[in-house]
Design a protein around this ligand. Structure first.
Ligand code: EAX
Length: 325
Protein backbone atom coordinates (compact mmCIF):
# COMPACT_ATOMS: atom_id res chain seq x y z
CA UNK A 1 0.00 0.00 0.00
CA UNK A 2 1.36 3.49 -1.01
CA UNK A 3 2.95 5.36 1.92
CA UNK A 4 0.48 8.26 1.68
CA UNK A 5 -2.51 5.92 1.61
CA UNK A 6 -1.06 4.09 4.65
CA UNK A 7 -0.85 7.38 6.56
CA UNK A 8 -4.43 8.27 5.69
CA UNK A 9 -5.61 4.79 6.69
CA UNK A 10 -3.70 5.02 10.01
CA UNK A 11 -5.17 8.47 10.69
CA UNK A 12 -8.63 7.14 9.93
CA UNK A 13 -8.15 4.23 12.34
CA UNK A 14 -6.92 6.59 15.10
CA UNK A 15 -9.86 8.91 14.48
CA UNK A 16 -12.21 5.93 14.65
CA UNK A 17 -10.45 4.78 17.80
CA UNK A 18 -10.83 8.22 19.37
CA UNK A 19 -14.41 8.40 18.14
CA UNK A 20 -14.82 4.92 19.59
CA UNK A 21 -13.45 6.14 22.93
CA UNK A 22 -15.53 9.30 22.72
CA UNK A 23 -18.55 6.99 22.15
CA UNK A 24 -17.60 4.97 25.25
CA UNK A 25 -20.67 4.21 27.34
CA UNK A 26 -20.97 4.50 31.14
CA UNK A 27 -23.64 2.20 32.57
CA UNK A 28 -24.78 3.55 35.96
CA UNK A 29 -26.38 1.43 38.69
CA UNK A 30 -29.55 3.05 40.10
CA UNK A 31 -31.54 1.50 42.95
CA UNK A 32 -34.67 2.04 45.04
CA UNK A 33 -36.90 0.18 47.49
CA UNK A 34 -39.93 -0.64 45.39
CA UNK A 35 -40.93 -2.23 42.07
CA UNK A 36 -39.96 -0.81 38.68
CA UNK A 37 -43.63 0.06 37.99
CA UNK A 38 -43.87 1.93 41.34
CA UNK A 39 -43.51 5.68 41.81
CA UNK A 40 -39.74 5.24 42.40
CA UNK A 41 -39.38 3.09 39.30
CA UNK A 42 -41.37 5.48 37.11
CA UNK A 43 -39.28 8.42 38.35
CA UNK A 44 -35.98 6.58 37.97
CA UNK A 45 -36.74 5.28 34.46
CA UNK A 46 -37.87 8.75 33.34
CA UNK A 47 -34.61 10.24 34.69
CA UNK A 48 -32.49 7.57 33.00
CA UNK A 49 -34.28 7.88 29.66
CA UNK A 50 -33.65 11.64 29.66
CA UNK A 51 -29.96 11.17 30.54
CA UNK A 52 -29.45 8.54 27.82
CA UNK A 53 -31.17 10.77 25.24
CA UNK A 54 -29.38 13.93 26.35
CA UNK A 55 -25.91 12.33 26.31
CA UNK A 56 -26.54 10.44 23.03
CA UNK A 57 -26.12 7.17 24.89
CA UNK A 58 -22.82 8.03 26.59
CA UNK A 59 -24.58 7.52 29.92
CA UNK A 60 -27.31 4.96 30.58
CA UNK A 61 -28.67 3.16 33.64
CA UNK A 62 -29.10 -0.35 34.92
CA UNK A 63 -32.19 -0.46 37.17
CA UNK A 64 -32.05 -2.24 40.56
CA UNK A 65 -35.65 -2.08 41.91
CA UNK A 66 -37.12 -3.88 44.95
CA UNK A 67 -34.23 -3.02 47.31
CA UNK A 68 -32.03 -5.45 45.30
CA UNK A 69 -29.00 -3.53 46.56
CA UNK A 70 -30.22 -3.28 50.18
CA UNK A 71 -32.17 -0.95 52.45
CA UNK A 72 -32.15 2.82 51.93
CA UNK A 73 -29.35 3.37 54.43
CA UNK A 74 -27.15 0.81 52.63
CA UNK A 75 -27.98 2.24 49.19
CA UNK A 76 -27.16 5.81 50.27
CA UNK A 77 -23.89 4.63 51.85
CA UNK A 78 -22.95 2.77 48.63
CA UNK A 79 -23.50 5.96 46.60
CA UNK A 80 -21.39 7.89 49.10
CA UNK A 81 -18.60 5.28 48.73
CA UNK A 82 -18.98 5.20 44.95
CA UNK A 83 -19.76 1.47 44.74
CA UNK A 84 -23.21 2.44 43.45
CA UNK A 85 -23.86 5.34 41.06
CA UNK A 86 -27.38 6.58 41.86
CA UNK A 87 -30.12 6.05 44.43
CA UNK A 88 -33.72 7.26 44.55
CA UNK A 89 -34.58 7.10 48.27
CA UNK A 90 -36.80 8.65 50.90
CA UNK A 91 -35.33 10.94 53.58
CA UNK A 92 -36.00 8.14 56.09
CA UNK A 93 -32.37 7.16 56.42
CA UNK A 94 -30.86 10.30 54.85
CA UNK A 95 -30.80 12.21 58.12
CA UNK A 96 -28.13 9.79 59.34
CA UNK A 97 -25.83 11.20 56.64
CA UNK A 98 -27.07 14.82 56.38
CA UNK A 99 -28.52 15.81 59.79
CA UNK A 100 -30.02 19.09 58.50
CA UNK A 101 -32.44 17.05 56.37
CA UNK A 102 -34.20 15.57 59.44
CA UNK A 103 -36.40 18.68 59.84
CA UNK A 104 -38.56 17.56 56.88
CA UNK A 105 -39.45 14.35 58.74
CA UNK A 106 -41.35 16.17 61.52
CA UNK A 107 -44.92 14.81 61.77
CA UNK A 108 -47.66 17.17 60.53
CA UNK A 109 -45.08 19.69 59.24
CA UNK A 110 -46.60 19.79 55.74
CA UNK A 111 -50.29 20.48 55.05
CA UNK A 112 -50.68 18.72 51.69
CA UNK A 113 -48.85 17.76 48.49
CA UNK A 114 -48.99 21.28 47.06
CA UNK A 115 -47.40 22.71 50.20
CA UNK A 116 -44.72 20.00 50.43
CA UNK A 117 -43.72 20.23 46.76
CA UNK A 118 -43.56 24.03 46.92
CA UNK A 119 -41.25 23.93 49.96
CA UNK A 120 -38.97 21.19 48.57
CA UNK A 121 -38.65 22.87 45.14
CA UNK A 122 -38.25 26.32 46.75
CA UNK A 123 -35.22 27.98 48.41
CA UNK A 124 -35.44 25.84 51.56
CA UNK A 125 -35.45 22.51 49.75
CA UNK A 126 -32.85 23.55 47.21
CA UNK A 127 -30.57 24.68 50.05
CA UNK A 128 -30.97 21.24 51.68
CA UNK A 129 -29.85 19.60 48.41
CA UNK A 130 -26.70 21.75 48.47
CA UNK A 131 -26.00 20.67 52.06
CA UNK A 132 -25.67 17.04 50.86
CA UNK A 133 -22.55 17.81 48.79
CA UNK A 134 -20.35 18.27 51.86
CA UNK A 135 -21.37 14.74 52.93
CA UNK A 136 -20.28 13.10 49.66
CA UNK A 137 -23.79 12.95 48.17
CA UNK A 138 -24.89 15.01 45.14
CA UNK A 139 -28.64 15.64 45.46
CA UNK A 140 -30.01 16.24 41.96
CA UNK A 141 -33.72 16.82 42.73
CA UNK A 142 -36.42 16.10 45.28
CA UNK A 143 -38.55 13.27 43.95
CA UNK A 144 -41.32 12.01 46.30
CA UNK A 145 -42.45 9.11 48.46
CA UNK A 146 -45.72 10.62 49.70
CA UNK A 147 -47.82 11.16 52.83
CA UNK A 148 -47.50 8.22 55.20
CA UNK A 149 -50.42 6.28 56.72
CA UNK A 150 -50.54 3.48 59.31
CA UNK A 151 -51.38 -0.14 58.57
CA UNK A 152 -51.69 -2.96 61.12
CA UNK A 153 -53.17 -6.39 61.78
CA UNK A 154 -54.78 -5.81 65.16
CA UNK A 155 -57.54 -3.19 64.93
CA UNK A 156 -58.85 -0.15 63.07
CA UNK A 157 -57.06 3.04 64.16
CA UNK A 158 -59.45 6.01 64.29
CA UNK A 159 -57.72 8.12 66.93
CA UNK A 160 -54.25 8.20 68.50
CA UNK A 161 -55.33 6.13 71.52
CA UNK A 162 -56.26 3.26 69.15
CA UNK A 163 -52.61 3.08 68.07
CA UNK A 164 -51.34 2.88 71.63
CA UNK A 165 -49.40 -0.30 72.37
CA UNK A 166 -49.12 -1.42 68.74
CA UNK A 167 -45.68 -2.58 67.63
CA UNK A 168 -45.18 -0.52 64.47
CA UNK A 169 -42.14 -0.81 62.18
CA UNK A 170 -40.61 2.56 61.44
CA UNK A 171 -37.75 3.76 59.27
CA UNK A 172 -34.35 4.27 60.91
CA UNK A 173 -35.22 7.90 61.58
CA UNK A 174 -34.81 9.61 64.96
CA UNK A 175 -37.46 12.30 64.30
CA UNK A 176 -40.03 9.68 63.37
CA UNK A 177 -39.11 7.59 66.43
CA UNK A 178 -39.56 10.54 68.79
CA UNK A 179 -42.74 11.74 67.13
CA UNK A 180 -44.37 8.32 66.86
CA UNK A 181 -43.63 7.44 70.49
CA UNK A 182 -45.94 10.33 71.41
CA UNK A 183 -48.71 8.48 69.52
CA UNK A 184 -48.26 5.69 72.10
CA UNK A 185 -46.99 3.12 69.57
CA UNK A 186 -43.96 0.93 70.18
CA UNK A 187 -41.76 2.06 67.26
CA UNK A 188 -39.48 -0.66 65.82
CA UNK A 189 -36.83 0.71 63.41
CA UNK A 190 -36.16 -1.77 60.59
CA UNK A 191 -34.70 -1.65 57.07
CA UNK A 192 -37.32 -1.91 54.34
CA UNK A 193 -36.22 -5.32 52.91
CA UNK A 194 -37.12 -7.00 56.25
CA UNK A 195 -40.58 -5.45 56.61
CA UNK A 196 -42.79 -7.77 54.54
CA UNK A 197 -41.54 -10.90 56.37
CA UNK A 198 -41.77 -9.18 59.77
CA UNK A 199 -45.43 -8.35 59.06
CA UNK A 200 -46.10 -11.85 57.75
CA UNK A 201 -44.59 -13.46 60.85
CA UNK A 202 -46.17 -10.99 63.26
CA UNK A 203 -42.80 -9.74 64.56
CA UNK A 204 -44.43 -6.33 64.27
CA UNK A 205 -48.17 -5.53 64.22
CA UNK A 206 -47.93 -2.89 61.52
CA UNK A 207 -45.95 -0.29 59.61
CA UNK A 208 -46.51 3.14 58.08
CA UNK A 209 -45.94 4.15 54.48
CA UNK A 210 -47.50 6.15 51.63
CA UNK A 211 -50.23 4.53 49.48
CA UNK A 212 -47.78 4.08 46.55
CA UNK A 213 -45.51 1.92 48.73
CA UNK A 214 -48.40 -0.01 50.34
CA UNK A 215 -49.65 -0.76 46.81
CA UNK A 216 -46.40 -1.64 45.05
CA UNK A 217 -45.14 -3.75 47.98
CA UNK A 218 -48.49 -5.63 48.01
CA UNK A 219 -48.84 -5.08 51.77
CA UNK A 220 -52.53 -5.98 51.44
CA UNK A 221 -51.30 -9.58 51.56
CA UNK A 222 -50.00 -9.09 55.13
CA UNK A 223 -51.95 -6.12 56.53
CA UNK A 224 -55.68 -6.04 57.38
CA UNK A 225 -56.23 -2.43 58.49
CA UNK A 226 -55.21 0.85 56.83
CA UNK A 227 -55.88 4.18 58.59
CA UNK A 228 -55.39 7.38 56.62
CA UNK A 229 -53.42 9.05 59.41
CA UNK A 230 -51.37 11.19 56.95
CA UNK A 231 -49.11 11.75 59.93
CA UNK A 232 -45.99 12.79 58.02
CA UNK A 233 -44.87 13.72 54.50
CA UNK A 234 -42.02 11.55 53.21
CA UNK A 235 -39.83 13.38 50.69
CA UNK A 236 -37.52 11.38 48.43
CA UNK A 237 -34.40 12.47 46.59
CA UNK A 238 -32.40 11.42 43.53
CA UNK A 239 -28.73 11.26 44.54
CA UNK A 240 -25.73 10.71 42.27
CA UNK A 241 -22.28 9.63 43.44
CA UNK A 242 -19.51 12.25 43.40
CA UNK A 243 -17.51 9.65 41.41
CA UNK A 244 -19.90 10.12 38.51
CA UNK A 245 -20.63 13.80 39.05
CA UNK A 246 -16.99 14.94 39.19
CA UNK A 247 -16.29 13.39 35.77
CA UNK A 248 -19.21 15.12 34.02
CA UNK A 249 -18.68 18.13 31.77
CA UNK A 250 -20.72 21.24 32.65
CA UNK A 251 -23.10 20.49 29.79
CA UNK A 252 -23.58 16.88 30.95
CA UNK A 253 -24.16 18.15 34.52
CA UNK A 254 -26.95 20.36 33.16
CA UNK A 255 -28.41 17.35 31.30
CA UNK A 256 -28.40 15.28 34.55
CA UNK A 257 -30.11 18.12 36.46
CA UNK A 258 -32.77 18.63 33.79
CA UNK A 259 -33.33 14.85 33.64
CA UNK A 260 -33.73 14.75 37.45
CA UNK A 261 -36.46 17.40 37.25
CA UNK A 262 -38.26 15.31 34.61
CA UNK A 263 -37.86 12.22 36.80
CA UNK A 264 -39.30 14.05 39.80
CA UNK A 265 -42.29 15.21 37.73
CA UNK A 266 -42.96 11.64 36.56
CA UNK A 267 -42.64 10.29 40.12
CA UNK A 268 -45.02 12.88 41.56
CA UNK A 269 -47.53 12.17 38.81
CA UNK A 270 -47.42 8.46 39.71
CA UNK A 271 -47.95 9.39 43.39
CA UNK A 272 -51.01 11.44 42.35
CA UNK A 273 -52.33 8.50 40.34
CA UNK A 274 -51.77 6.04 43.20
CA UNK A 275 -53.43 8.43 45.68
CA UNK A 276 -56.44 8.64 43.37
CA UNK A 277 -56.79 4.95 42.49
CA UNK A 278 -55.04 3.15 45.34
CA UNK A 279 -57.80 2.96 47.97
CA UNK A 280 -60.23 1.21 45.63
CA UNK A 281 -57.52 -1.29 44.70
CA UNK A 282 -56.63 -1.94 48.35
CA UNK A 283 -60.31 -2.38 49.28
CA UNK A 284 -60.63 -4.88 46.43
CA UNK A 285 -57.68 -6.74 47.97
CA UNK A 286 -59.58 -6.95 51.28
CA UNK A 287 -57.99 -4.12 53.26
CA UNK A 288 -60.31 -2.44 55.82
CA UNK A 289 -59.78 1.30 55.41
CA UNK A 290 -60.50 4.00 58.01
CA UNK A 291 -60.78 7.28 56.09
CA UNK A 292 -62.22 9.49 58.84
CA UNK A 293 -59.19 9.38 61.15
CA UNK A 294 -59.34 11.85 64.06
CA UNK A 295 -56.22 13.73 62.92
CA UNK A 296 -56.57 16.24 65.77
CA UNK A 297 -55.92 13.48 68.32
CA UNK A 298 -52.60 12.67 66.60
CA UNK A 299 -51.61 16.36 66.33
CA UNK A 300 -52.39 16.85 70.02
CA UNK A 301 -50.38 13.77 70.96
CA UNK A 302 -47.30 14.92 69.01
CA UNK A 303 -47.45 18.57 70.22
CA UNK A 304 -45.08 18.03 73.20
CA UNK A 305 -42.42 16.57 70.86
CA UNK A 306 -42.53 19.83 68.87
CA UNK A 307 -40.74 21.55 71.76
CA UNK A 308 -37.75 19.26 71.17
CA UNK A 309 -37.99 19.62 67.38
CA UNK A 310 -37.94 23.42 67.83
CA UNK A 311 -34.84 23.10 70.02
CA UNK A 312 -33.09 20.85 67.49
CA UNK A 313 -34.01 22.63 64.24
CA UNK A 314 -35.12 26.14 65.31
CA UNK A 315 -38.72 27.19 65.85
CA UNK A 316 -38.19 29.88 63.19
CA UNK A 317 -37.23 27.27 60.55
CA UNK A 318 -40.29 25.16 61.36
CA UNK A 319 -42.52 28.24 61.26
CA UNK A 320 -40.97 29.36 57.95
CA UNK A 321 -41.80 26.00 56.36
CA UNK A 322 -45.37 26.06 57.69
CA UNK A 323 -45.80 29.68 56.51
CA UNK A 324 -45.15 28.75 52.85
CA UNK A 325 -48.51 29.15 51.09
O1 EAX B 1 -38.78 4.82 50.35
O2 EAX B 1 -38.52 2.27 54.25
C1 EAX B 1 -39.59 2.87 54.02
O3 EAX B 1 -40.62 2.78 54.71
C2 EAX B 1 -39.63 3.75 52.79
O4 EAX B 1 -40.86 4.45 52.71
C3 EAX B 1 -39.44 2.88 51.56
O5 EAX B 1 -38.14 2.36 51.63
C4 EAX B 1 -39.60 3.69 50.27
Amino acid sequence: MHHKTKTIAAAALIALGVAGTAGAQTVMKISYSTAINSHYGVGSVAFCDEVEKGTQGRYKCQQFPNAALGGEREMIEAVQLGTQDLVNASTGALGNFVPEVKIVDIPFLFRDYEHARKVMDGPFGQDLLKKMTAKGLVGLAWTENGFRHMTNNKRPIVQASDASGLKIRTMENKVHLEGYKSFGILPTPMAWPEVFTALQQGTVDGQENPIPVILSAKLSQVQKHLSLTKHVYSPAVLIVSPNIWSKLSDSDKAIFQEAAKKGAEAQRKKVNDDERNGLAELRKDGVQIVENVNSESFRKAVAPAYANFAKEFGADKIAAIQAVK
